[in-house]
Design a protein around this ligand. Sequence first.
Ligand code: NAI
Ligand code: MG
Length: 456
Amino acid sequence: MDSFDPGRGRAFARFAAGDGADVDAAVAAARTALRGPWRQMGPAERGRILAKAAAMLRERAARFAVVESLDSGKRLSEAEGDLRGVARAFEYYAGAADKLHGEGLPLGRLYVGFTSQEPVGVVAQIIPWNYPLSTAARGIAPALAAGCTVVAKPAEQTPFTALMLAELLHEAGLPAGVLNVVTGTGAEAGAPLVAHPDIDHITFTGSVATGSAVMRSAADNVTRLVLELGGKSPLVVLADCDMNAALNGVVEAIYENAGQICSAGSRLVLDRSIADVFLGRLVAWVEKFRIGHGLTNPDLGPVNSRRQLDIIDAHVRRAVKAGNHVLTGGAIATSDAGGWFYQPTIISAQSAADPLVQEEIFGPVLVVQIVDGPDEALTAANATSYALVAGIYSQNITEALRFARDVDAGQVFINEWFAGGIEVPFGGNRKSGFGREKGMAGLRSYCKMKSVVARI
Ligand code: NAI
Ligand code: MG
């Protein structure tokens, strides 16, 4: 199959279109490897391999970042940031591998009871195209730390860095068969993988529709799973905010990776008393953006695919037709580089029920909802079927923490969107999915608990 360079809208490299037979071979290899030298290795030794991989990722970050930028379209500086995060993920779980303690159980003098954490087994990872290497790493690193073996299926738009990661991990000492990558489409390679009866756990990141199809398929085999789906996350700006911090936050929240982020801050919930000043400054900033190929480090890079560009365009056209007011942007952009670009867009929403407010667009399109005070802001924040992340900008710590308490979200940012790192558990509620990745919670997804009780 061809993979495209979104900045030029042209195919730039080819890869194998895997199918059900490749999936069968990969799952069989992972099952065999689960019983091989991998099982004999102590947790500390597994940790040492992951730590070595982290160091190698830092050494080779420049090359990985160029491939990631070319294949996904994202700005090179963002891809370099992703690589730092990926190395940190391996470093973090390297240190955790030998700290997966069980507990002693208090059963009195006549019994000895304890729990232990065992690797869940063969794990499937379905990876999307917006954060190809970051998503692969946040699933693969904890799975390996726990002692699992893995079959990963990267998105057909961005297959290369997952293959490079597999190569690097084997160079770092991973035994053959422990990590397998099958490239190909969702229908040809993804579907047979998640339906495979010999898979013990699935981690899926992607759309709600595909996620629920994966869940149905997992049900047939009673396969456990973590679903990390979409979002329509509210970024609340109260009247007493630090305005510069809030403006920076909004720009990062919705224009990073051209808005193709499940945890993008795609709804600006803005207090009326500062709305004119705030929106004036925001629009002026955005209208100065340089749009261009990711490798040139523009202010705004391309959208990942022609299909995604059409999805974004259709959302905006419908919203305009329904009477929502475009403050800036609102159309497909052209660029000297060619490629798939959408203008940085800000639209004021007519009503909270509008699909503009309710549906994930997954592009550089910010929706503005004007509110009066913190109570209305909270109501607006909670009024979609998604609940992935939420953020608030306020100098009043009490208001900020009340919001954090009352908002439905897996993660809350106060005064810095995307605050945190691999240490912070991540995942959603409601239609945004369930289960947590990252942090020690992410590690437990790859363990199964056993309780042992002896009569003495
Ligand atoms: P998708 O959810 O279909 O694709 C994500 C991954 O799932 C890819 O690796 C794909 O090959 C795989 N896949 C597709 N069908 C499958 C199946 N039946 N069984 C197993 N794996 C399968 O998302 P798509 O079509 O690329 O994008 C559509 C929308 O999804 C976007 O517009 C965006 O709103 C959302 N999305 C959300 C992401 C997130 O980070 N939560 C990431 C990517 C897309
Ligand atoms: Mg590509």
